[in-house]
Design a binder for this molecule. Structure first.
Ligand SMILES: Nc1ncnc2c1ncn2[C@@H]1O[C@H](COP(=O)(O)OP(=O)(O)OP(=O)(O)O)[C@@H](O)[C@H]1O
Ligand SMILES: [Mg+2]
Length: 325
């Protein structure tokens, strides 16, 4: 892998669901080594479909990957055999979900669940693997005693379950951790603790993280770089500072106005008019044109390309090309 090659490069990814839902549309996304990349978008915009494709868990059917590449460490994940994907998953790419209860095995003690991954991927024997599991639980703040190691998922609180899931995620020291709305189901105090934990772990382990959220405020706290997704397409991607200081795409601009900014307390929030289009009925041209206050004729006719307008700052919008007609 040459030094300019990102850890993960998604190119022109296109995914549909039967009969005709267009969930992901020529999506492009790059994640650098050791980067926390925030992926933001409203509900139904294609965040989870994209990330399940990356981890090789997209159910085909009903999903169909029509085109594109997902290059991870120089190899196209979409071309790997099931067995190769299984090896990658958990070992090289791991995932943390919004609802850990759905993904933790209810009938297996937490320690055993972590041990399983270590034995499967790293061939560790039972005893050292359990020791390592305890170490991992300590890393995520669950090491005050060996109790958690011997607990079943239902014996843990929501925050503890999320921590245990993160311990499983980092167990094999993956290069990429995908965190799909890991804090959404938690109350505000817990949210902050989990965010801090993920941030600290990244600092220690230097893995890349794809951090998915519909909440720009959460992404603002944790990400290095931010990509905004709308109706299955990336509409803007830049360093966090640039996204928050100088958003180029109208959707990003409106998204920023629609979130409570702790520094501008008291200012009224503007909701974006309308709703995210259904994947079965994506508007023509720029999918956002139906909600965009600046929409021009061309916006309904042609799909704008994601272009680099400033170094490292990409956006897809006809207006940025001076289209006024
Ligand atoms: N199994 C499925 N069958 C049909 N359509 C699906 C299926 N899974 C997802 N979709 C559609 O794909 C689109 C993207 O869904 P996705 O779950 O990726 O959204 P999301 O951005 O993760 O939303 P949220 O913030 O609510 O988690 C949606 O329109 C959804 O209805
Ligand atoms: Mg989702």
């Amino acid at each position: 892998m040459n030094s300019h090659e990102p850890l993960l490069r998604i190119q022109n990814l296109d995914i549909t669901f039967k009969p005709k839902a267009h969930a992901v549309r020529s999506l492009n996304l790059e994640i650098d080594k050791s980067q926390i990349h925030g992926l933001v978008g409203e509900s139904g915009s294609g965040k989870s479909v994209t990330s399940t494709a990356v981890i090789g868990l997209l159910p085909e059917p009903p999903a169909k990957i029509n085109s594109g590449q997902i290059i991870f460490k120089g190899r196209d994940i979409l071309k790997l055999k099931q067995e190769e994907k299984r090896k990658l998953r958990g070992r090289e790419i791991a995932m943390v979900f919004q609802e850990p209860s759905k993904y933790l095995n209810p009938s297996l003690k937490i320690g055993e669940q972590i041990r399983e991954g270590l034995s499967l991927h790293l061939g560790m024997a039972r005893k050292p693997a359990l020791e390592r599991a305890f170490e991992l639980l300590s890393m995520v703040g669950l090491g005050e005693s060996r109790r958690v190691l011997d607990s079943f998922p239902h014996e843990l609180s929501g925050g503890m379950k999320q921590r245990a899931m993160i311990a499983m995620g980092i167990a094999c020291n993956p290069s990429l951790l995908i965190a799909d709305e890991p804090t959404t189901a938690l109350d505000v105090t817990l949210q902050l603790q989990i965010l801090e934990l993920i941030y600290d772990l990244q600092n220690r382990l230097k893995m890349s993280i794809l951090f998915i959220s519909h909440d720009l405020n959460v992404v603002k706290q944790i990400a290095d770089r931010v990509s905004v997704i709308y109706a299955g397409k990336i509409v803007e991607s830049a360093d966090k500072k640039a996204i928050f200081k100088n958003p180029l795409q109208p959707y990003t601009q409106l998204l920023l106005l629609s979130i409570p900014d702790p520094e501008k307390r008291g200012k009224p929030l503007k909701a974006i008019p309308g709703t995210v289009p259904d994947a079965e009925f994506i508007p023509s041209g720029c999918a956002f044109h139906t909600r965009c206050p600046y929409s021009k004729k061309i916006c309904a006719e042609e799909m704008p390309l994601l272009k680099e307008y400033k170094t490292g700052h990409f956006a897809a919008c006809h207006l940025l090309d001076g289209n006024t007609g």
